[in-house]
Design a protein around this ligand. Structure first.
Ligand code: FES
Length: 78
């Protein structure tokens, strides 16, 4: 199991999200990107919980290198 976040995809992913709580995968191992599926077990990574109060567009980080998790900071473009 990878200890370092791996680049799942270099492209961020824009999604229309309903209000609610979500768990963003920080380790890159999830098969349900950009969300945690529990595959971080055995690594030092934990998912990042985020709550949206209303429906909104979200630019999820997919490369796992954002400094503003779980939102893309365009670090994948560097
Ligand atoms: S599967 Fe990656 S943080 Fe849970």
């Amino acid at each position: 199991m990878s200890e370092k976040p791996k680049k799942d995809d270099v492209q961020s992913k824009m999604m229309s999200m309903e209000a609610g709580e979500y768990y963003w995968c920080a380790c890159g191992n999830s098969s349900t990107q950009p969300f945690c599926d529990g595959s971080h077990k055995g690594t030092s990574k934990e998912p990042c919980a985020v709550t949206f109060e209303k429906k909104q567009e979200v630019m999820w980080c997919m490369c796992k290198r954002t400094k503003t998790p779980p939102i893309c900071d365009k670090g994948c473009k560097e």
